[in-house]
Design a protein around this ligand. Sequence first.
Ligand SMILES: C[S@@+](CC[C@H](N)C(=O)[O-])C[C@H]1O[C@@H](n2cnc3c(N)ncnc32)[C@H](O)[C@@H]1O
Length: 264
Amino acid sequence: MLDLDAEVTAGQLAELTARIAELAGDHPVRDVLDIGAGTGTGTFALLRRFPEATVTAIDTSDEMLRHLHESATRHDVADRVRPLRADLDEAWPAIGHADLVWASSSMHHMADPDRVLRDIHATLRPGGLLAMIEMEQMPRFLPDDLGFGRPGMEARCHVLLDEARAEHLPHIGSDWPSRLIAAGFTIRESRDVTVGLRSPLPETAIRYAYATLGRIRSRMADQLSADDRSTLDTLLDKDDPNALHTRSDLRVLSTRSVWIATPR
Ligand SMILES: C[S@@+](CC[C@H](N)C(=O)[O-])C[C@H]1O[C@@H](n2cnc3c(N)ncnc32)[C@H](O)[C@@H]1O
């Protein structure tokens, strides 16, 4: 799903990394850290933008890092990527200084994000940049009134998802600008990155819809009403005439907030 998200947001990511390059100005971007790198969406976007850069991709998950390493090998950039297994909740690894730190959809996973922000601050060279991205809203795919039997199925799913996320991830949606400033950063730019795709959708976006709604169906099965379960089953059944890939009203809507900050 992370790789599908990367493909769907590739254009917006390229614009964002171009803006980071502008803000970096004459400061060389060689040592880059990708915090909670996952499958490498940020790592690969940054390698493309900064040809002199090497990226240390940090994650707790061996599986994510293996996937990232395989992609790096496939794209012939493995010599510019250093996958590093580390749990940033435990301690900041000994990785030296950085010119750019990228933290996309990862900071809200940290048990103590303020401590991690202070560690990032200490790691950045003077003039270095932190690009922090947090998803404002999980991606949506369906019209608001959709629901066979009861309209508004996707919105109800998102209420349940938000409740589950708030319970497990208490820092989600927190006041990141204040936290950045408290950790010693000056925010140079805040912006929203919006993905809004409508029919005809590329094949990747349709697969992204199947993957996301399929995950909601399996993770939320017990909490969904019978009506909503049945709506999802219909949409996810590729042989059904109402399946996702047949629908001209399928879309992708998602918004992320971005802060680009530098140590004070
Ligand atoms: C939602 S994913 C985001 C992945 C990637 N940055 C992206 O934008 O697609 C969050 C990632 O943070 C990692 N993560 C969560 N807690 C972490 C921690 N304490 N230390 C290091 N990585 C962590 C997870 O394993 C996961 O790969």
